[in-house]
Design a binder for this molecule. Structure first.
Ligand code: EPZ
Length: 423
């Protein structure tokens, strides 16, 4: 298990390009299950979760090849008989649940291991199941698996009890091949959902309203071939912008769309950073004094839960008291214990963390527990005095493409220390 050795304090200065979004690429790869023609994707990030999904799709008869131009080409084989996503792969990455909708719609059946919980929460899929039942699928839960069966899905009107990103994606994909019209209400509105709809429409689907609470899908008999670019990873990019503010640096993020990060931009300006933007870039300068600011996570377009841990690391460097309210997941404060060991002053009560600052952080050996908590510890290591070693950074490798190289290109002193292979 590799670790990062970070020597602080340092300032992040320079230009960095956002990779393609992990959370847009994951559903995009599962679209290969909906068509028997070739699918070509551009800007797929080189992160572990996508390698895991490619392995899972291979078991379902999908061949994937890296193109010489950096694209990823996926093609379903002739054998459509497989329909199982086994526990040993699903437990590695709960986003594997995204094969449930496409398999049920295209192959008429699916056997997908229940994802089980993860470090940040229980992660139920009741809405995915209720939606597939509304589309006419028979759905059973047996021995830790979701089993679905459907001759042909029937268009329906379904309202989510709460906005769910992968729930919206699963049902939008399934409804593309249903008979008749489907209306999905109370949908999640994340940009990754809009990007998925753009891909499906490129292949011949008829979808309107993706990115809004109500999505209309007119079912078609089959989908065709096409090429599609994954949008920039707003969470990866937001991580570097937060790093710029907290290290009093100056970073220009290229290839990212400001409209996908409006709540973060507002929060950075409120703490005192200077933010300028263009069509496809965002620049953050951490000038002068930083002041405390409350944040409360919410479904898009609210403040992203996936940036909560990183922003909390910044708040340790702001003057005053900030309250961080996590409303999406029940256990997303695991970075707090490690930040405390570095000298932060944070008190957690239920789903609210109270951060007092500024505190001088000191380098320490810390352990990553989940993807975004790991990023928070790396950012803290950039401002801490001395050496911080972040262990178990396989969590980081799940969602950040070449993080140490990008940070080094911005002036940070970060070294990856190879460890024994990850289990
Ligand atoms: C997606 O997870 C993202 N993952 C997560 O990013 C992100 O944190 C999350 O959306 C929220 O923005 C991918 O897109 C692959 P949800 P997802 O269903 O779809 C509850 C990262 O760091 N819920 O929108 O699993 C659930 O418990 C990852 O990149 C139900 O109750 O999240 C949670 O409280 C972490 N029943 C809330 O909804 C359901 O059927 C939002 O979850 C589904 C969800």
């Amino acid at each position: 298990m590799d670790k990062f050795k970070i020597t602080g304090p340092s300032q992040l200065r320079g230009t960095v390009r956002a990779s393609g979004a992990k959370n847009a690429a994951l559903p995009a790869l599962t679209v290969s299950l909906l068509t028997d023609q070739a699918l070509t994707l551009d800007r797929v990030p080189a992160v572990r979760d996508l390698k895991t999904l490619r392995d899972l799709l291979q078991g379902l008869g999908i061949e994937s090849q890296d193109g010489s131009d950096g694209s990823l080409r996926l093609q379903a084989g002739d054998d459509l008989s497989s329909f199982e996503a086994p526990y040993d792969l699903v437990k590695k990455m709960r986003a594997s649940i995204l094969v449930l909708g496409p398999l049920t719609a295209r192959r008429g059946r699916a056997k997908v291991s229940l994802p089980g919980g993860c470090a940040i929460g229980v992660r139920p899929i009741d809405q995915h199941i209720a939606g597939l039942r509304a589309l006419g699928a028979e759905v059973e839960l047996e021995h830790g698996y979701v089993l679905t069966h459907a001759k042909r899905l029937q268009g329906t009107r379904f309202s989510f009890s709460l906005p769910t990103v992968t729930g919206t994606e699963n049902l939008m994909m399934a409804a593309c091949l249903a008979k008749g019209e489907t209306v999905l209400e109370n949908c999640a509105r994340e940009p990754e959902i809009e990007n998925l709809a753009d891909l499906l429409v490129t292949l011949g689907a008829q979808i309107e309203g993706a990115g809004t609470p109500t999505i209309h899908i007119q079912g078609v008999d089959e989908l065709g071939t096409g090429r599609h670019e994954i949008i920039a990873d707003r969470i990866e990019g937001g991580t570097y912008l937060i790093g710029a503010a907290m290290t009093r640096g100056d970073v220009r993020l290229e290839g990212a769309r400001p409209e996908h990060l409006m709540d973060l931009i507002e929060a950075l300006e409120d703490v005192g950073a200077s933010v300028t933007t263009g069509d496809d870039w965002i620049r953050v300068e951490g000038v002068g004094d930083l002041v405390a600011r409350d944040i409360s996570t919410a479904p898009h377009p609210g403040f992203p839960t996936d940036l909560q841990a990183q922003f909390m690391a910044l708040l340790t460097q702001t003057r005053g008291v900030s309250r961080v309210h996590e409303t999406i997941f029940e256990n997303r404060f695991q970075h707090v214990a490690e930040l405390l060991r570095m000298g932060a002053d944070i008190h957690v009560e239920e789903h609210t963390a109270t951060v007092s600052g500024p505190t001088q952080l000191s380098g320490a050996d810390v352990m990553a527990t989940d993807l975004r908590a790991s990023a928070s510890l790396v950012l803290a290591g950039l401002v801490a005095h001395g050496v911080t070693e972040v262990s178990r950074i396989y969590h980081l490798d799940r969602g950040y493409d070449a993080m140490e190289r990008k940070l080094e290109s911005l002036g940070a002193r970060v070294e990856r220390i190879p460890g024994p292979p990850t289990p």
